[in-house]
Design a protein around this ligand. Structure first.
Ligand code: ADP
Length: 535
């Protein structure tokens, strides 16, 4: 009973804290906004409270509405508006937040802002849509109260509306981005990059919004707002929603101060026009950068999902595949022991079919191993088991194992390893790289001769696999070493596009490299160069 009472007290206390903080944040930022050349003392282009209210109801639920209503009432009452007007404006401002929150929730809005669709909802439902309620009520009050500022209704409405819209586009995303998204990593280099971004943003904003610079080049750069684009895109690409919203806030703060002091791109115009210019720029930029950050988040999420799927699928496939291989081995041994006679061809047929099934299962096993390697590499878990390797022996074994495959494709394989070379490598891994290179030479070698050779180059060993087949255009030679990259010319030949990627990672793990020299139509030479002894 007491525990339940204590929990209820805690809930009440939390609610009271939330309501009070929302009330205070709303009133303070509203009063601050009204100091920016407010039309009739009530309509301003700088109106953060709309964003604070929206973020509050999205995060804490619409039950927080009383704080919004009370704060809007108090902030306007302090501007000397008749009380009935303050009451109406308070209703308009509260409805603005509540209607936006309800519609957003119904539309499936995700407050982490990591999907392009969520940004569209924020722009259309909140910034463009629900803000018309508050601007409409504000205009009606101003007209009924006979404020001269409302003599031009469209202008009055636009100022109110843009102030509110910007709150939804700038302040709400800032709060939402910091409230929910996972904590970013705090590696020292990340901090350094953040500091560099802050410096770059501040300097660009000063050139654009500060006093006219004395250098010609800077003067031309400061004539538009485009100088700010690189910093904002940098923020979106590297620091996502948090980066974009903070960087924009910094730009807007510098822009708002400059509008007050009549400096920067819009200098010389009236304070009203300068503020309107600044806010319109901020609204359009916020919408664009939030879309960019969301699109990038979606891309990262898709890559993460792919990697997770590969990891789960390859682990899940591995177990039944191992069992299948064991069973096929048993079946083959049993089939070979069956009594044979001229009259009964069934045992031979069985041996043949089981052996063919085993070859397919082995191939499937290799593909699954490649996928497993990719997930190991993504997770950074590639470990080497170093042992002494006789390089000549390794090549001879390899060719013996793949001779049938080469013969079937019509290729001969010539091996040369003039001197005995012993190296300290992970034998299985190096064998894996060379198997893939030889298998590619067979697949893409058009039945022409293949040469495999190894020689020492100082303290390193260079192994090359050369074919005279399809070849690879120079423009594609870098990308084939990336995961899942294949050339259009080989689409009909099977493969996952992982062998060279894994091969390069294994070479790097040994302290070496894997490269290609090729000309279309004349063949390719892949070179694996590794230190003889891994340091
Ligand atoms: P896979 O062979 O499974 O597609 P790899 O990563 O081993 O994957 O190779 C990537 C791509 O590089 C191949 O799809 C092919 O387009 C190209 N490639 C690799 N080796 C050769 C070669 N010897 N000759 C021509 N193209 C090659």
């Amino acid at each position: 009973m007491t525990a339940a009472r204590a929990a209820q007290d805690r809930r009440l206390l939390r609610r009271a804290v939330a309501l009070t903080s929302l009330f205070l944040a709303y009133v303070v930022t509203a009063r601050m906004g009204l100091t920016f050349d407010a039309l009739g003392g009530i309509a301003t282009t700088v109106w953060p409270p709309t964003g604070i209210a929206l973020a509050a109801v999205v995060l804490g639920g619409i039950r927080l509405w009383p704080a919004i209503a009370a704060a809007a009432f108090v902030a306007n009452a302090m501007s000397g508006i008749p009380l009935w007007g303050c009451l109406a404006i308070a209703v308009g401002n509260t409805l603005e937040a509540v209607v936006a929150a309800v519609l957003l929730r119904r539309a499936g809005f995700d407050r982490r802002l990591q999907r392009f669709g969520d940004i569209l909802l924020l722009i259309l439902v909140a910034a463009t849509g629900s803000t018309t309620i508050s601007a409409g009520v504000g205009l009606a009050v101003a007209r009924l109260a006979g404020l001269s500022a409302a003599a031009r209704p469209a202008g009055f409405f636009a100022v109110w509306w843009i102030g509110d819209a910007l709150g939804d586009l700038l302040v709400a995303p800032l709060i939402l981005a910091f409230a929910d998204n996972p904590r970013p990593s705090h590696r020292p280099l990340r901090w350094l990059e953040m500091a560099a971004l802050a410096v770059a943003t501040t300097l660009s904003a000063i050139v654009v919004f500060g006093n006219e610079p004395s250098w010609d080049v800077l003067r031309s750069l400061g004539r538009g707002t485009y100088l700010l684009a690189p910093a904002l895109i940098w923020a979106a690409v590297r620091f996502e929603q948090r980066g974009v919203t903070t960087t924009l806030m910094l730009v807007c703060a510098i822009g708002a101060v400059s509008a007050r002091h009549d400096t920067g791109t819009a200098a010389g115009q009236s304070l009203h026009d300068r503020l309107l210019f600044m806010q319109a720029y901020a609204a359009v930029t916020a919408a664009s950068m939030l879309m960019l950050a969301a699109a990038l988040s979606e891309r990262r999420a898709a890559i993460r999902a792919r990697d997770e799927f590969i990891s789960i699928a390859s682990h899940e496939l591995k177990t039944p595949l191992t069992a299948l291989n064991l069973r096929l081995g048993e079946a083959l041994r049993t089939a070979r022991r069956l009594p044979r006679s001229e009259a009964d061809p069934l045992p031979d047929k069985l041996v043949h079919a089981t052996a063919a099934a085993q070859v397919s299962a082995d191939h499937l096993g290799d593909l699954v191993e490649d996928l497993l390697d990719v997930s190991r590499l993504t997770a950074g878990h590639l470990s080497l088991r170093i042992e002494t390797v006789d390089v000549g022996g390794l090549l001879t074994d390899l060719v013996a194992r793949m001779r049938d495959q080469a013969t079937q494709a019509g290729s001969t394989v010539d091996v040369s390893c003039p001197a005995a070379i012993s190296a300290s490598w992970d034998r299985a891994r190096v064998e894996q790289v060379l198997t893939n290179l030889l298998s590619n030479a067979i697949k893409y070698g058009m039945g022409r001769p293949i040469r495999l050779s190894a020689r020492r180059v100082g303290e390193r060993v260079r192994v090359s696999v050369a074919d005279e087949g399809l070849g690879i255009p120079r423009a594609d030679q870098a990308r084939i070493f990336r995961a899942f990259e294949r050339l259009a010319t080989v689409q009909r030949i099977g493969g996952l596009g992982l062998g060279l990627y894994i091969g390069q990672q294994i070479a790097t793990a040994h302290g070496g490299w894997l490269s290609v020299d090729s000309e279309p139509g004349r063949g390719s030479t892949f070179i694996l160069e590794l230190p003889r002894v891994k340091e």
